[in-house]
Write a protein that binds this ligand. Structure first.
Ligand code: 5AD
Ligand code: SF4
Length: 440
C-alpha cells in the first residue's frame, strides 16, 4: 500500500472558511489525503482565502511567493487557492502565480477530487462556478472520525443584503439555505462523533429559510427548536446575523430554548443613521437599540457582540460620536472593529476615502471603549457560577480550557477534568482575554 498523501490547509478569514477547510479535507480524504500541520511536509497545500478586507489578494500572492521554495524542493507538491480570493480573482491567479496548480471557489470544492486529479495530470484547472447543486451533498464521505466538543455547521450561505462596503454578495453569491433534514442529519452525525456544541453558520444566518421535513419553509428559530431535541447536543449558537432578520420567533427562542446559549453576534457597523443609510443597512440606530431591548427582555443575561466599521466614506466627527454613543448604550461583551477598506466592485468603492490618520484615530478610540466594556463584562463575572464546556488541556498541569455559556474563554483548574465535559464552575479571576474558574 502506498503511503497517504499529506494535505496542508491554511485558513484565512471567517468561521465559514474554517468549516469549509474541514469539508475540503474530507473531500480530499476520499482521494487518499490525510491532513498535516506542516506545510514543508505536504504533497498538497491549499490556501483557503478571505476577501473581506483590504490587501487580501496581495497577501495571497506574497504567501504564494513564500511557498515557491517548497515547490522547487518538491516538484510533486501541488498548490491550490480556494475561498473568496479564488472566487474574485479566478484566472488572474494562474496568470500571476505560476506555482499555483488549481483554483477553486467556495461553491465548488466538492469537485476538489477531480480538480486535484487534473492538477496531478498537469492541467491547471480553475473552477469558480456557482453550480445549482448543494456542494455539501456532493462531498465524498470520508471515514468517520471522532471530533472535538465543538463544531461549526453551515446552514446558510451567501447574502442578498448588499451593504455598500461588502464583497460577500459577490464572492459567496445569493442567499441559499440548506434543507433542514440534511442539517439535522449532519448534526446527529456530529453528536455521534462526540460534538456537544454546534455553532450554526451563515453570512446572514438569521435569514435562514430552508425547506423543512414537513414541506414547509423553516425559519432559523424552527431549525434551532428541532436541533434542541437532539440528545447529546447540549449547546447551540449561531452567527452572523443581520438586525433586520431578527424575527419575533427567533427573539422568543432566546427565552424559550435552554440549549440556545445567551450570546449573540449582531453587527450594526455604525451608530449614525446617516452612515447606516449610506451603508445601505436599511435600519436606524434606534431600531437596533429597540431590538436589543426586546432580546434582553427575552433573555436578560444575553451577551452581545458586534462588528463596527470606522471611517466609512462621508463619516464625520458627529457620525463617529454617534457610534460611540451606541456602543455605550449597548454595553458589548466583545466587538470587532475595522477600518473601512474600499473593496473593488462594491458601491462604496466609488466614494472618496477619508485620510488614514482619521481612521487610525477613530479605530483607537472605539477599540479603547470596547476594551473597557469587555473588561467590565468579564469582571462582572467574578464570583458567578457558569456552565463551561471543556475543550482541551490548558498549559498548566490540571488545567482545562473551555467556553462559558457567554462564550468567554475560561481556564478551569481541578481534578478529573476531561475535554467534552460540561461542568459548573465558579469564576475566580479575569485576565485580559480569559477568565479563571474552579469546578463546583
Ligand atoms: N471594510 C471594512 N470592514 C468590512 N467588513 C466587511 N466589509 C468591510 C470593508 N469593506 C467588516 C464588517 C463585517 C465584518 C465581517 O467585516 O464589519 O460585519
Ligand atoms: Fe456583507 Fe452586509 Fe451581507 Fe453582512 S449583511 S455579508 S456585511 S452585505
Amino acid at each position: 500500500m502506498t503511503a497517504p498523501r499529506k494535505l496542508f490547509i491554511k485558513t484565512y478569514g471567517c468561521q465559514m472558511n474554517v468549516y469549509d477547510s474541514e469539508r475540503m479535507a474530507e473531500a480530499l480524504g476520499a482521494s487518499g489525503y490525510v491532513t498535516t500541520e506542516r506545510a514543508d511536509d505536504a504533497d498538497m497545500i491549499l490556501l483557503n482565502t478571505c476577501h473581506i478586507r483590504e490587501k487580501a489578494a496581495e497577501k495571497v500572492y506574497s504567501e504564494l511567493g513564500r511557498l515557491r521554495p517548497l515547490k522547487e524542493a518538491n516538484p510533486d507538491l501541488k498548490i491550490g487557492v480556494a475561498g473568496c480570493v479564488a472566487q474574485a480573482e479566478g484566472e488572474e491567479i494562474m496568470r500571476r502565480a505560476p506555482v499555483v496548480d488549481l483554483v477553486v471557489g467556495p461553491q465548488t470544492y466538492h469537485r476538489l477530487p477531480e480538480l486535484e486529479a487534473a492538477a496531478r495530470a498537469g492541467a491547471r484547472p480553475v473552477d469558480t462556478e456557482f453550480p445549482e447543486e448543494d456542494k455539501f451533498e456532493h462531498l465524498p464521505r470520508a471515514p468517520r472520525a471522532t471530533r472535538g466538543a465543538t463544531a461549526f455547521l453551515t446552514v446558510q450561505e451567501g447574502c442578498d443584503k448588499f451593504c455598500a462596503f461588502c464583497v460577500v454578495p459577490y464572492t459567496r453569491g445569493a442567499e441559499v439555505s440548506r434543507p433542514a433534514e440534511r442539517l439535522l442529519r449532519e448534526a446527529r452525525d456530529l453528536v455521534d462523533r462526540g460534538v456537544r456544541e454546534i455553532t450554526l453558520l451563515g453570512q446572514n444566518v438569521n435569514g435562514y429559510h430552508g425547506e423543512g421535513p414537513d414541506g414547509r419553509i423553516w425559519s432559523l428559530a424552527r431549525l434551532i427548536e428541532a436541533l434542541a431535541e437532539i440528545d447529546g447536543l447540549w449547546r447551540i449558537r449561531y452567527t452572523t446575523s443581520h438586525p433586520n432578520d431578527m424575527t419575533d420567533d427567533l427573539i422568543a427562542a432566546h427565552g424559550a430554548i435552554d440549549k440556545l446559549m445567551p450570546y449573540l453576534h449582531l453587527p450594526v457597523q455604525s451608530g449614525s443613521d446617516r452612515i447606516l443609510k449610506a451603508m445601505n443597512r436599511k435600519h436606524t440606530a434606534e431600531a437596533y437599540l429597540r431590538l436589543i431591548e426586546r432580546l434582553r427582555a427575552a433573555r436578560p443575561d444575553l451577551a452581545l457582540s458586534g462588528d463596527f466599521i470606522v471611517g466609512f466614506p462621508g463619516e464625520d466627527d458627529a457620525d463617529f460620536e454617534a457610534t460611540l454613543t451606541l456602543v455605550r448604550a449597548v454595553g458589548y461583551h466583545s466587538a470587532f472593529t475595522f477600518k473601512y477598506s474600499a473593496r473593488p466592485g462594491t458601491p462604496a468603492a466609488e466614494r472618496p476615502v477619508l485620510p488614514d490618520a482619521i481612521l487610525d484615530e477613530r479605530l483607537y478610540r472605539l477599540q479603547a471603549l470596547i476594551t473597557r466594556q469587555q473588561r467590565a463584562a468579564q469582571e462582572a463575572m467574578i464570583g458567578r457560577e457558569v456552565g463551561v464546556l471543556l475543550e482541551k488541556p490548558g498549559r498548566l498541569p490540571g488545567q482545562m480550557v473551555g467556553k462559558s455559556d457567554h462564550l468567554h474563554a475560561v481556564h478551569v483548574t481541578g481534578e478529573g477534568l476531561q475535554p467534552g465535559m460540561l461542568i459548573r464552575a465558579r469564576i475566580t479571576a479575569s485576565a485580559p482575554n480569559s477568565l479563571a474558574a474552579v469546578p463546583l
